[in-house]
Design a protein around this ligand. Sequence first.
Ligand SMILES: Cc1cc2nc3c(=O)[nH]c(=O)nc-3n(C[C@H](O)[C@H](O)[C@H](O)COP(=O)(O)OP(=O)(O)OC[C@H]3O[C@@H](n4cnc5c(N)ncnc54)[C@H](O)[C@@H]3O)c2cc1C
Length: 324
Amino acid sequence: MSILVYIENVEGALKKSTFESLSYAKAVADLTGETATALSIGRVSQDELNKVGQYGIEKVIEVDNNDLEKFVNQAYASVIADVAKSMGATTVILSNSFSGKGLAPRVAAKLGAALADGAIALPTISGVTWQIQKTVFSNKAIATEELHEQKKVIALTPNSFEAKEAAVAVTIEKYEPQLAPNDLSTVIKEIVRATDKVSLPEASIVVSAGRGLKGPENWAMIEELADVLGAATACSKPVSDAGWRPHAEHVGQTGLAVSPNLYIAIGISGAIQHLAGVSASKTIVVINKDPEAPFFKVADYGIVGDAFEIVPQLIEAFKAYKNN
Ligand SMILES: Cc1cc2nc3c(=O)[nH]c(=O)nc-3n(C[C@H](O)[C@H](O)[C@H](O)COP(=O)(O)OP(=O)(O)OC[C@H]3O[C@@H](n4cnc5c(N)ncnc54)[C@H](O)[C@@H]3O)c2cc1C
């Protein structure tokens, strides 16, 4: 019995959430006394794969097949399940990322495994029964799920488990998958990046702004602040509805749910529907000129004041800090 952790890459570079999944897999392996092995699918350099060792995982199974160069849900799920079967893995761990959300249930179905998606903590293990916490109702509550199957698939929420370094030497082993025609019924011909900015679902810092910004012409300072911090930009729903910002940036109940380490909300009231998508953020900083704005109730830090005065000062302060 062992643990298999699927490691995601973007254009050949391992993702930050992958390092969290690796650390989580290592921690689960320490709890169960098993070994954890990483699985990489796609074209990833040996240098990147060697990074797995920094998080305490000694072996990587590498699947580098022309048909799998680009992410295809069905095919990747088949490969993960096949590798898990071939090595007798009873636990599969992956990130609850965009692609992980599609993969986890497919892998669980193929393995006949219990699924805990959106896990936020290590399991409490009692023999074959594992209890795992996840957030529910737009992060308003935490549910504890009990998994009774011998086989388990856990999809870990990004930013919920810290990547911990524990360097070991790595061996990389190639694996040639047997793909069925069905696995490749979807063909990805081209992936065009909409932007070269930090991706919002993956970002560990998000700079978000609302109707308090008055109009799209005022977003340059939001982008500059995000740039200085290496952050992604986001917005409230009325802002994207008005066409000031793209819909892909709208966070909340009807938009993206994000859980960055730092969420900076500028000129956003903090309506319940907005909070539904951002309240899982580790630290929330609110900038609003109305001291009664509801957002202050969930803020870790708040600045009462005019965004047009505060944001430029913050940009200068961060630039000065970075230059020293
Ligand atoms: C079914 C449903 C689903 C919804 N889903 C979502 C969702 O997913 N995401 C979402 O965001 N909303 C959602 N909404 C809308 C939500 O209810 C709020 O209307 C919206 O979040 C308000 O956006 P806002 O805070 O940007 O604007 P406003 O409510 O207009 O607030 C603007 C804020 O900016 C402050 N401000 C103004 N000028 C300045 C300044 N110069 N400096 C600093 N602060 C300033 C004001 O004090 C105010 O607090 C949903 C609504 C419904 C009914």
